[in-house]
Design a protein around this ligand. Structure first.
Ligand SMILES: *Cc1c(COP(=O)(O)O)cnc(C)c1O
Length: 387
C-alpha cells in the first residue's frame, strides 16, 4: 500500500492477509484441474474446496453443505432475494426491506417490483436501528421474504437479527441477511440464529475480491431459484467451474477470523474511541448511526456548514469515504443518511472512517487532527450559511 496514504476505508475493502495469499498460491501450485473432473487431479481440487467449506462452516457454525460459492456479496444478495422470492412466488408477492440496505439489495427489490412484487420499505429510527415492532407491523399475510442487513456498511449499526428472524419464522417468511460487513467481524452462530439466507464476501474481511458465499438453511421452506444456468455444479443452484484458489483463500480467511474476532473488536473499539474523542469537540459534529449499538470499525460523522467534497479533499492523505464507496462518484448525498432523516447538507458532509486490523493509534490520532484542521480551514475559507 502507498506509504504516504493513510487508509481508513476498510469497510470498502481490506488487504489480503499474507497467510491467505500463501494458501491461494499453494492451492494454485497443487493442481490446475477442474474440480468437476473425476480423475485424481480433479479429486485433489475437490479436497481443497471441501477443506475450505469446512473452514467457513466452522466460522458460522453450520453444515458445509449449506454453503453455495458465489462471486461475492452482490451475487449472493441477488441470488438470495430474486431466487428466494421466485422460488416462493406461490406463497405471496409481498417482500420487505429497508432503504438503508446496500444497492445490491435495494436494486434487486426494485427489479422484482417490475415483475409484479409488492415492496414495503420499513423505516429505521434516526440512529439507523430497526425496531422489531415496526418491522412486525409491516408484515402481511402474503409477505414471503424479508431482507435486513446485519452490520450497516455506512454507519456500522448492528440490527437485532435474532428478534427480526424470530418474527419471520413465526410467519413463514423467508429471511435474508446481508452480512457482508459482519462475517468474520462479529460473532455469528447460524445454528442459533433464525436466518434462512445469509450473504458474505471475502474481501471485506481480509480475503480476496471476487469470491463469496450464500448460506441457505437446510429447511424445506428455504430455497432459491438459480439465476445462472449451465453445468450441474453446486446442485445447479449456482453452476460454473469453481475457482478453487479463491475458495481456498476464503476458507483460510474464515479460519483466521474465527481465531481473532474478540481481539479485532477490542482493537477497533480502542481506535474508534481515540478517533471520536479527537473530533467530538468540533462544533456542529454529529454521529451518523449509533455508537453504543454499532460495529466499532466504523465511525460516520457529519458536520454543519461544511461541504462534503471539499472536506474529502482537505482530508488528504486520509483515504476515507463520503456516503458509500460505491456511490461516492455521484455527488448526491448518501441515500442511506437521507433515509435516517439527515438534511441534504448534513448528509453531504458525511465522512465514513473505517478502521481495520493494520490501523494504528497514531493513524487515528493523525486522522482526528486532520479532521479538526480541515473543518476549521474550510469554515474560514468559505463560511456556508447554516442549513
Ligand atoms: C461490499 C458489500 C456488498 C457487495 O459485496 P461484493 O463482494 O463487493 O459484491 C454488499 N453488501 C454490503 C453490505 C457490502 O458492504
Amino acid at each position: 500500500m502507498d506509504a504516504e496514504l493513510i487508509y481508513l476505508d476498510y469497510a470498502a475493502s481490506t488487504p489480503v492477509d499474507p497467510r491467505v495469499h500463501d494458501c491461494m498460491r499453494e492451492s494454485a501450485e497443487a493442481t490446475c484441474a477442474n474440480p468437476s473432473s473425476t480423475h485424481a487431479a480433479g479429486r485433489r481440487v475437490q479436497a481443497i474446496i471441501a477443506n475450505a467449506a469446512g473452514q467457513l462452516a466452522g466460522l458460522l457454525n453450520v453444515d458445509p453443505a449449506t454453503l453455495v460459492w458465489t462471486s461475492g456479496a452482490t451475487e449472493s444478495d441477488n441470488l438470495a432475494i430474486a431466487g428466494g422470492a421466485r422460488f416462493r412466488a406461490h406463497r405471496g408477492k409481498h417482500i420487505v426491506s429497508m432503504k438503508t440496505e446496500h444497492k445490491a439489495v435495494t436494486d434487486v427489490f426494485e427489479t422484482l417490483a417490475k415483475e409484479g412484487y409488492d415492496l414495503t420499505w420499513v423505516e429505521p429510527g434516526s440512529n439507523g436501528l430497526l425496531d422489531p415492532a415496526v418491522f412486525q407491523a409491516a408484515l402481511r399475510e402474503d409477505t414471503q421474504l424479508a431482507s435486513i442487513m446485519y452490520v450497516n456498511n455506512e454507519t456500522g449499526v448492528i440490527q437485532d437479527i435474532d428478534a427480526l428472524g424470530t418474527i419471520c419464522r413465526e410467519r413463514d417468511i423467508q429471511f435474508h441477511v446481508d452480512a457482508a460487513q459482519a462475517v468474520g467481524k462479529v460473532h455469528i452462530d447460524l445454528a442459533a440464529l433464525p436466518v434462512d439466507l445469509l450473504s458474505l464476501t471475502a474481501h471485506k474481511f481480509y480475503g480476496p475480491k471476487g469470491i463469496g458465499a450464500l448460506y441457505i438453511a437446510d429447511r424445506p421452506a428455504c430455497h432459491v431459484e438459480p439465476l445462472l444456468f449451465g453445468g450441474g455444479q453446486q446442485r445447479r443452484i449456482r453452476p460454473g467451474t469453481l475457482p478453487a484458489d479463491l475458495i481456498a483463500g476464503l476458507g483460510m480467511t474464515a479460519e483466521i477470523a474465527a481465531s481473532r474476532i474478540d481481539d479485532d473488536l477490542a482493537h477497533l473499539g480502542t481506535l474508534r474511541e481515540i478517533l471520536w474523542n479527537g473530533i467530538r469537540e468540533v462544533p456542529g459534529v454529529l454521529v451518523n448511526g449509533d455508537l453504543a449499538g454499532g460495529f466499532p470499525g466504523i465511525l460516520n460523522v457529519s458536520v454543519e456548514d461544511v461541504e462534503g467534497e471539499s472536506l474529502l479533499l482537505a482530508l488528504e492523505p486520509l483515504c476515507v469515504a463520503t456516503g458509500s464507496a460505491c456511490n461516492s462518484r455521484a455527488q448526491e448525498p448518501s441515500y442511506v443518511l437521507r433515509a435516517l432523516g439527515r438534511s441534504d447538507s448534513l448528509a453531504q458532509s458525511a465522512i465514513r472512517f473505517s478502521m481495520g486490523r493494520p490501523t494504528t493509534s497514531a493513524e487515528v490520532e493523525f486522522a482526528a487532527r486532520r479532521y479538526r484542521d480541515a473543518v476549521a480551514r474550510l469554515r474560514e475559507l468559505a463560511p456556508v450559511a447554516a442549513a
